[in-house]
Design a protein around this ligand. Structure first.
Ligand code: 13P
Length: 331
């Protein structure tokens, strides 16, 4: 097993998963202002410390995806965040894409930017302690019209170029083609789009000779659109999510992680528990775990409100959620 494969596999230690703490400055500002917290670089540092400095996270987290700003910030313990995570056995990773822009050939769809100076940035992130990386592509469903196959293909090409570059730099790539929850689509449509997206991604990865064994896939669950008026049961979600992934994700990948995508913390936990159980029954060929941002952080942020005196209560809520999500993934 190569070092890269070993790093990728270590993120799937039993009962552990990944915290996505990689909100860009823009997204972090939106999230914090939702809870009445004004942002600054120092406020974002305190926000990160709330989640990264909490005692005991290593029991539940194998890795954390950081935003580039956080790689060079220090926690309240005066240690650089990547160093203090690594010292506790939690692998530091970094989001390396630079966000999305409209796709000129189909302007209602988005393509992801960040390939131009990627090689240089990877060298810097590596020196700062990153062991793995993430690139997010955004796929929107609109009836049978969207996504278009040209937009899927363009996003897949960029994911493949990213993955190749990252493996060459000696880092593990997480490929995240996120199918948005927003929309009126059915769960079956979501399932079909997940399958088509993954098939497109893997056919392009093959053309770019990307090594599948150190690739981690980050995916949405098959869910009815947020504006569909339909609530899926965890069993329905598990069955359709796994059918889509078993049909489209090769057995050689290091594993699959799930995003929460706007589900409530309880929904994201219950759906993950059903997926983990179903995966065992179906003998799914890859390990699975969580890589949540909102579902792990929202309850704590609502309690924290940017105030020092609320840190213990906020961290207690965060650790309680981590414990539930970890139990869910153990099936
Ligand atoms: P959510 O779990 O909030 O969807 O975030 C995961 C993520 O990494 C989105 O890019």
């Amino acid at each position: 097993m190569t070092d890269l494969v070993a790093t990728a596999r270590s993120l799937f230690a039993p009962g552990k998963g990944i915290l996505a703490a990689d909100e860009s400055v823009h997204t972090a500002t939106t999230r914090l202002s939702h809870y009445g917290i004004a942002t600054s670089a120092e406020m974002r540092r305190q926000y990160r410390d709330l989640f990264l400095g909490a005692e005991g996270i290593e029991e539940y987290l194998s890795g954390v995806i950081l935003f580039s700003e956080t790689l060079s910030q220090k926690g309240n313990d005066k240690k650089a965040f990547p160093k203090s995570l690594a010292a506790r056995g939690v692998a530091p990773g970094v989001k390396v894409d630079l966000g999305t822009e409209p796709f000129p050939s189909s302007p209602e769809e988005l393509i992801t930017q960040g390939l131009l100076d990627l090689a240089e940035r990877l060298q810097m992130y590596k020196k700062q302690g990153a062991l793995f990386t993430k690139w997010r592509a955004v796929i929107r469903i609109d009836g049978d019209q969207l996504p278009t196959s040209v937009a899927l293909h363009e996003n897949a090409k960029r994911l493949a170029s990213y993955a190749k570059e990252v493996q060459t730099a000696g880092l593990v790539p997480i490929l995240e083609p996120e199918i948005l929850l927003e929309g009126t689509h059915s769960r079956m449509r979501s399932r079909a789009v997940i399958e088509e997206t993954m098939q497109t991604v893997f056919s392009v990865l093959e053309e770019h000779s990307v090594d599948r064994a150190s690739v981690i896939i980050k995916t949405s669950m098959a869910l009815s659109g947020a504006e569909s008026g339909k609530k899926d049961t965890p069993e329905e979600v598990a069955e359709d999510t796994l059918s889509a992934l078993i049909a489209s994700v090769p057995r050689q990948v290091a594993g699959i992680v799930f995003l929460s995508g706007g589900q409530t913390p309880d929904e994201a936990t219950a759906n993950l528990a059903a997926i983990a159980k179903h995966a065992k029954r179906a003998n799914a060929p890859w390990p699975l775990t969580f890589s949540y941002a909102r579902a792990l952080q929202d309850e704590a942020l609502a309690l924290w409100k940017g105030k020092e005196e609320n840190v213990p209560a906020a961290r207690a809520a965060y650790l309680a959620r981590l414990a539930k999500v970890s139990a869910a993934v153990l099936g």
